[in-house]
Ligand binder design. Structure first.
Ligand code: BG6
Ligand code: MG
Length: 210
């Protein structure tokens, strides 16, 4: 591999917390009688909690105040946190675990670049609390993807230039953020059809062939 580091998105790349986001938003939309499906859910990948809520409310017939919206986002996060509390190191697949270890043993620096404020909790739950060389997440950024801020902060923490790093993403806006920031990118899952990605991964383990 010609890169010095890999910056991984978390939700939907390292673990399947994207499904928990979906379940938690689904509970809110049912309560508010707003239509919600996988297509809308895919638009929430990579974007912040509040922006996700605004996308969901596009389908609402009612207008809500900023205070009401804050309460909705908090309520969703409560449901989401309950789901995260049930996660264990078994929620990290063998493929992801083995691939991460193999990449590390090749001397690559490994980092997280996620829009989620729950990143530290998730990493702890799946047993990766101390694994990464740098963690850049929703707690240290002001602009979420497609803005490249979260990846630029990760590469700065690693003291590397964007051109030396590969970003792995399942969100279309994540691939866009990578290219805007001058990073190479590998698309997995929902982002696989994204034309601007440098590589397409059919499996996480394909990273070992780059
Ligand atoms: C991203 C998810 O990783 O984090 C988004 O793809 C989510 O769907 C965003 O909205 C923010 O997450 P959190 O945990 O801070 O609500
Ligand atoms: Mg993601």
């Amino acid at each position: 591999m010609k890169y010095k580091a890999i910056i991984f998105d978390l939700d939907g790349v390292i673990c399947h917390t994207d499904q928990y986001h979906y379940q938690a938003w689904k509970a809110l939309t049912e309560r508010l009688h707003i239509p919600f499906d996988e297509t809308i859910n895919n638009r929430l990948r990579g974007v912040s909690r509040m922006q996700s809520l605004n996308i969901i409310l596009e389908k609402s017939k009612k207008q809500y105040t900023a205070l009401e919206k804050e309460a909705f986002a908090e309520g969703k996060n409560k449901i989401y946190r309950n789901l995260l509390a049930g996660m264990t190191p078994d929620d990290l697949s063998d493929e992801v675990r083995k691939t991460l270890k193999a990449l590390k043993s090749k001397g690559l620096k490994l980092a997280i670049g996620s829009s989620s404020k729950n990143t530290p909790i998730i990493l702890h739950q799946i047993g990766l609390g101390d694994f990464f060389d740098a963690v850049s997440d929703g707690n240290n950024i002001t602009n979420s993807k497609p803005d490249p801020e979260v990846f630029l902060k990760a590469s700065a923490m690693l003291k590397l230039a964007p051109q030396e790093c590969l970003v792995v993403e399942d969100a279309v806006v994540g691939i866009e953020a990578a290219s805007r920031g001058g990073f190479f990118s590998a698309a997995i899952g929902d982002a696989q059809t994204c034309k601007s990605a440098t590589y397409v991964l059919h499996h996480f383990g394909d990273l070992l062939n780059i």
